[in-house]
Design a binder for this molecule. Structure first.
Ligand code: NAD
Length: 228
């Protein structure tokens, strides 16, 4: 079966009602990124950081997978599919996808703020100040903040290095090291990029599809399945 890798960003969940990083209005204006998504922010004002992620967890819990998430479940029936996502939401899993690698963590998990390996499933539950891991340290969301290492990056490189088809959906490709993945693909890999602003990307080897994920991805999946 053909090895297909799909790299998703905030844009794939936009039509499920979860705003992207660069959307104006609402969440991202109220909580500037440097005040909520860095280790320094958590040291300075942990309550504000926890509030922000508790709010995001609620929004995710109330969102539903859209036709783009669902199209990938179908594609997995006809290919060896791996999804590498920058998203912390669980919409790929709730759509039914199995092989999903979260580069930037998962909002449905908490972790110890002193030991990375101590992780806890919390589902839709909020994290409060005073909630601690078994070593007694404050719990934080299991997300990778700006300035922190991305532990799953090596695994992602390995997966991308095997790709015969690589599809980017809804990522500005502005967040590193995640965006480096698009620079490390095999020479003979066929590459697609789905984004309403696809033509603004300087990515010559990618076939650009300038449309919303919920429209463009099911169409591309149909085309790929017919050609497999
Ligand atoms: P980004 O916000 O930088 O870029 C989103 C991209 O999606 C843009 O290029 C935009 O044109 C495109 N887009 C908007 N609507 C779309 C649609 N309907 N269909 C297809 N594309 C659409 O997102 P990023 O590159 O993922 O980087 C942002 C960072 O913030 C990531 O690290 C991510 O973890 C995080 N983030 C995650 C979520 C989530 O989990 N749902 C939401 C916001 C931000």
């Amino acid at each position: 079966m053909k090895r297909i890798v799909v790299f998703t960003g905030a844009g794939i969940s936009a039509e499920s009602g979860l705003s992207t990083f660069r959307d104006h209005g609402g969440l991202w204006d109220k909580y500037p990124i440097e005040e909520v998504a860095t280790p320094e922010a958590f040291d300075k004002n942990p309550q504000k950081v926890l509030d922000f992620y508790n709010l995001r967890r609620d929004l995710v819990a109330n969102a539903q997978p859209n036709n783009a998430h669902k199209a990938l479940v179908k594609l997995a029936q006809y290919s060896e599919l791996n999804i590498i996502t920058q998203n912390i939401d669980d919409l790929h899993e709730r759509a039914g996808s199995k092989k999903v690698l979260h580069l930037h963590g998962e909002i449905t998990k908490a972790k110890s703020s002193i030991r990375e390996s101590l992780k806890y499933e919390i589902g839709t539950q909020a994290i409060a100040l005073g909630d601690t891991c078994e070593m007694g340290s404050q719990l934080r969301p299991h997300v990778v903040w700006f300035g922190e290492p991305v532990p799953m990056m090596d695994e992602a490189y390995k997966i991308a290095a095997q790709a015969e088809v690589f599809i980017v959906v809804g990522s500005s490709l502005n967040v590193y090291p995640a965006a480096h993945l698009t620079e490390q693909l095999p020479l003979n890999c066929k590459c697609y990029l789905i984004d309403p602003n696809a033509h603004d990307f300087e990515k010559d080897r990618f076939e650009k599809i300038a449309d919303k994920a919920s429209v463009a991805l099911p169409e591309l999946v149909g085309k790929l399945i017919n050609s497999l």
